[in-house]
Design a protein around this ligand. Structure first.
Ligand code: GLC
Ligand code: CA
Length: 562
C-alpha cells in the first residue's frame, strides 16, 4: 500500500484570475486567494494547486510565461506570494505550483533573443525550421486550431508552437534549456513550495526529424499528436529532472499527459520509475467527443458503460503499481455537473453523486474551484463575451469554414473552457462577490442562487456534502488504499463497486441518471455489520439495501467489516 501524504490528500484547484479579486480591478489575485484560505481550510482540503501566477502577457491566462521567477503584475508581487505560501502553511495546507515547461511566452527574453537572428546564442532554445514548398515545415495541427508553425519574417523561418502562436515550444534537445529549467524548478523548491503540476509535460519531446503525420488530426491511425506526445525521451527528461532536482524534496508531482492509457501511464508513475507521482489521464474527457484532439467540439452522447470501462481499467492497472489522479473538471473542461450530471432539475443530487464518485475511487481526488458548490456551465449569446484563446480561434476557424453562427455557439456553450472560468460565485450580489469592479469575464447569472454564502448556510448543500466526503477520507484508510472491484459491469445506469482493504470493504452505489433503476446486489452482500457512511438522500424506513429502487442520481457509500 506504500502510504504517502499525497495519496491521503484532497487537492483543490484554483484558477487565480477567476477566484477572488482583492483590489477591484476585475482580476482575481493572490491577496484574494489569501482572503479565502479559511474557507478552503473549513472545506478540509490538504493541497492547493494554483494555476500559473508567473509574469505573463496573458494570451492564455498565464500559461504563456515571460518570467518564471516573477509574479504576474495583475496577481500581485513576490511579497504577496511569500505571504500566501506562509498563510497556506500556517493552516497546515500545502501549495502545488503549475509549471509550464513545454513552452514559454513569445515575450520571454529567451524567445526575444532567439528570434533576433539565426546565429543568436539562444536560437536553439526554440524549434526553428525553414518552410517547405512555400508552406510550413510539416502538416501538424495546433491544439488551438491551425498549423503548429508560425512564420517569422525577420529570419525567414518558422517556429513551432503546439498551442497558440504566443506560446513557442522550448527545445528540450538543447542541454542549456534543460539546465535553465532545472535551476528554475530548484529555485521554487528552495522557496518551500510543496510540489508541481507539470503542464503539457507529455509534449516536451517531438518526433525526431519532425515528419509529416499521416493525417494531421481526426485520423484513426497516426494522429499528429502521436508525433509529439509521450515519446520515449520524455521519460529520459523526467528521470533526469527527478534525479537532479525533485528527488531531494518531499513533494507531490502530477503531470498533464493526454493521449495515453494506464499501461503507458505506468511509465510515468510506476513505483520505482523516478518520474512523477500521478498523471492526469484524458480518456474519460473524450467520452462525449466525436474524436480525440480537436474532435472535442463535436459533442456526442456519452455512455456509462464506457465510463466504467475506462475508469475500471485505470483503477485495476495502477493498483499497487502507481497512483491515480481523479477529476471530472478543471480549467480546461466544462463544468462537471453540466456535463455528467444534470444542472437543471437535479443539480444538487447529481453534483453530490459525482463528488461521491471522485472521492471513493483509488487515487487522489481533485476539486476544481466552484465544483464544491455545484457551479454550472454558462451560455453567453455573443462570442464577444468569451475570452478563451482556444474558443476564439475555434470560432474564427469555423466561421471561415462557413459553419453557421448558431452551430458554432452551440458547441461553445457545451465545451468552451470559459465554462469553468467564469468568476467564483461567493455571494448573490452583482458580481457574485468576486469583484467590486467589472469582472474580466462575466459572472454566471445563476450566482443569485448558486453561491458560497448560501451553500455554507444550508446543512444539506453540496458544500457540506464535500466536507463530509473529505472528512471520511481522513477516517477510513479503505477509502484511500482499498482495492477496487467493479460490480454490475453491464448496467447502463448504475455504477457500483467495492473497495477492499484488509477486513474492511466499502460499497459504493451510484445512480448516474435521472431515472429510478432497481439495484440488485449479489448474495455476498449481507447486512451484517454494514454501516451507511454517506448518501445524498435519506434512506427509506425498513428498506433492504440489496434490493433498492434508486432515486434520481442517488449515491450511497457503505462500510462493512468482513
Ligand atoms: C494545458 C493547460 C491549458 C493550457 C495549455 C497550454 O493544457 O491546462 O490551460 O492552455 O496547457 O499551456
Ligand atoms: Ca485584482
Amino acid at each position: 500500500m506504500n502510504p504517502k501524504w499525497w495519496k491521503e490528500s484532497v487537492v483543490y484547484q484554483i484558477y487565480p484570475i477567476s477566484f477572488m479579486d482583492s483590489n477591484g480591478d476585475g482580476i482575481g489575485d493572490l491577496r484574494g486567494i489569501i482572503s479565502k484560505l479559511d474557507y478552503l481550510k473549513d472545506l478540509g482540503v490538504d493541497v492547493i494547486w494554483v494555476c500559473p501566477i508567473y509574469k505573463s502577457p496573458n494570451h492564455d491566462n498565464g500559461y504563456d510565461i515571460s518570467d518564471y521567477c516573477d509574479i504576474m503584475a495583475e496577481f500581485g508581487t513576490m511579497e504577496d506570494f511569500d505571504l500566501m505560501l506562509k498563510e497556506i502553511h500556517l493552516r497546515g495546507m500545502k501549495l502545488v505550483m503549475d509549471l509550464v515547461l513545454n513552452h514559454t511566452s513569445h515575450k520571454h527574453p529567451w524567445f526575444l533573443e532567439s528570434r533576433r537572428s539565426k546565429d543568436d546564442p539562444k536560437r536553439d532554445f526554440y524549434i526553428w525550421r525553414k518552410g517547405k514548398n512555400g508552406g510550413p515545415p510539416n502538416n501538424w495541427e495546433s491544439y488551438f486550431s491551425g498549423s503548429v508553425w508560425e512564420y517569422d519574417e525577420q529570419t525567414d523561418e518558422y517556429y513551432l508552437h503546439l498551442y497558440s502562436k504566443y506560446q513557442p515550444d522550448l527545445n528540450w534537445e538543447n542541454p542549456q534549456v534543460v539546465e535553465k529549467l532545472h535551476e528554475m524548478v530548484a529555485w521554487w523548491l528552495k522557496k518551500g513550495v510543496d510540489g508541481f503540476r507539470f503542464d503539457a509535460i507529455a509534449h516536451i519531446v517531438k518526433q525526431k526529424g519532425l515528419p509529416d503525420a499521416d493525417n494531421p488530426h481526426r485520423a484513426p491511425t497516426v494522429r499528429a499528436y502521436e508525433m509529439f506526445s509521450n515519446l520515449e525521451d520524455v521519460h529520459t527528461m523526467l528521470q533526469n529532472l527527478y534525479d537532479k532536482v525533485l528527488y531531494f524534496y518531499d513533494i507531490m508531482t502530477v503531470g498533464e499527459t493526454s493521449g495515453l492509457g494506464p499501461e503507458q501511464a505506468l511509465d510515468y508513475v510506476g513505483d520505482g520509475r523516478r518520474e512523477l507521482n500521478m498523471t492526469f489521464q484524458f480518456e474519460h474527457m473524450f467520452l462525449d467527443a466525436a474524436s480525440a484532439g480537436s474532435g472535442k467540439w463535436d459533442v456526442v452522447p456519452w455512455s456509462l458503460i464506457e465510463l466504467k470501462k475506462i475508469m475500471t481499467n485505470w483503477q485495476t492497472v495502477l493498483h499497487n503499481r502507481g497512483w491515480n489522479a481523479n477529476y471530472l473538471c478543471n480549467h480546461d473542461q466544462p463544468r462537471s455537473v453540466s456535463r455528467f450530471g444534470n444542472d437543471m432539475v437535479c443539480r444538487v443530487p447529481s453534483a453530490k453523486m459525482l463528488a461521491t464518485f471522485i472521492h471513493t475511487l483509488e487515487g487522489t481526488p481533485y476539486i476544481y474551484q466552484g465544483e464544491e458548490i455545484g457551479m454550472t456551465n454558462v451560455a453567453f449569446d455573443s462570442i464577444d463575451d468569451y475570452r478563451d484563446v482556444e474558443t476564439l480561434n475555434y470560432y474564427e476557424e469555423q466561421r471561415m469554414n462557413g459553419v453557421p453562427e448558431e452551430e458554432i455557439m452551440k458547441a461553445i456553450h457545451k465545451k468552451s473552457r470559459d465554462n469553468a472560468r467564469t468568476p467564483m460565485q461567493w455571494d448573490g450580489t452583482e458580481h457574485a462577490g468576486f469583484t467590486t469592479g467589472t469582472p474580466w469575464l462575466r459572472v454566471n447569472s445563476n450566482h443569485m442562487e448558486i453561491n458560497v454564502v448560501n451553500a455554507v448556510k444550508d446543512p444539506d448543500s453540496i458544500f457540506h456534502y464535500y466536507k463530509k466526503l473529505i472528512a471520511l477520507r481522513k477516517q477510513h484508510k479503505v477509502i484511500v488504499y482499498g482495492e477496487y472491484k467493479l460490480l454490475l459491469p453491464e448496467h447502463e445506469e448504475i455504477y457500483a463497486y467495492t473497495r477492499t482493504l484488509e477486513n474492511e470493504r466499502l460499497l459504493v452505489i451510484l445512480n448516474f441518471f435521472g431515472k429510478e433503476p432497481m439495484l440488485e446486489l449479489p448474495d455476498e452482500f449481507n447486512p451484517d455489520g454494514i454501516e451507511l457512511l454517506i448518501s445524498n438522500y435519506e434512506p427509506r424506513k425498513g428498506e433492504d439495501f440489496r434490493k433498492l429502487k434508486l432515486r434520481p442520481y442517488e449515491a450511497r457509500v457503505y462500510l462493512q467489516r468482513l
